[in-house]
Design a protein around this ligand. Sequence first.
Ligand code: SAM
Length: 233
Amino acid sequence: MNEELGRLSQYESFADEFMDHAVDGFYNAHYDRPACLGLLGDVAGKRVLDAACGPGLYAGQLVQASASVVGFDQSARMVALARERVPSAEFRMHDLADPLDWLADSSFDLALCALALEYVDDRVGALRELRRVLEPNGALVISRQHPTADWLRHGGSYFDSRIIEETWSKGWHLRYWLTPLQQTCEEVFRAGFLIERLIEPQPAREAARLNPAEYELLQQAPGFLAMRLVPRP
Ligand SMILES: C[S@@+](CC[C@H](N)C(=O)[O-])C[C@H]1O[C@@H](n2cnc3c(N)ncnc32)[C@H](O)[C@@H]1O
């Protein structure tokens, strides 16, 4: 996959498959979503921006919890699926690489960017925009693949920040950044955030029935991590 293709939507061709997989899939429904929703806290009555919203699985839960949600994604098909799933939320196509010039400063109480920042080259720029549209007392929750899990899989130097291109078991070809934890911490700091909480989640207990082997593995080794970030004064 070349650079230009990296900027086009990687998920477009398998958006439907992603939705079918993530709606009740182990890593999304029972590992990432409980972690991020826990970090977001009580969203009732809050304005929440769902950045890289995918097919609206988060948005659906947020709206159910009485939040008002605006979501965006680089993939047109993801946006269509999200609109279908959550008609009461607002969705549009947008690339995290571009300024959020359609959103006013301080227009959200909370923002979420789950499992997507690693696809973006200029993460500091994207995070700065998310900070700009957040209330000064707001918070951004992000999640990513755990850097040690990536590193154990790919080898080489843990500290070597690099682009990985790989084909996952479902045949999805993806290009993403493998970066050490320190770099993620620096990037969020440079974008104007402080880390309020960092968690290395463990899967929800009921997920053991779904996939005992993955459950056992994630009891011992981290797969993802999640952070709650607050704007620094
Ligand atoms: C692993 S999925 C996560 C979707 C959703 N956040 C969730 O957790 O259910 C990654 C999503 O990020 C989106 N994405 C990747 N790069 C993006 C970019 N540069 N701008 C906006 N969305 C992007 C993809 O289209 C895809 O929907």
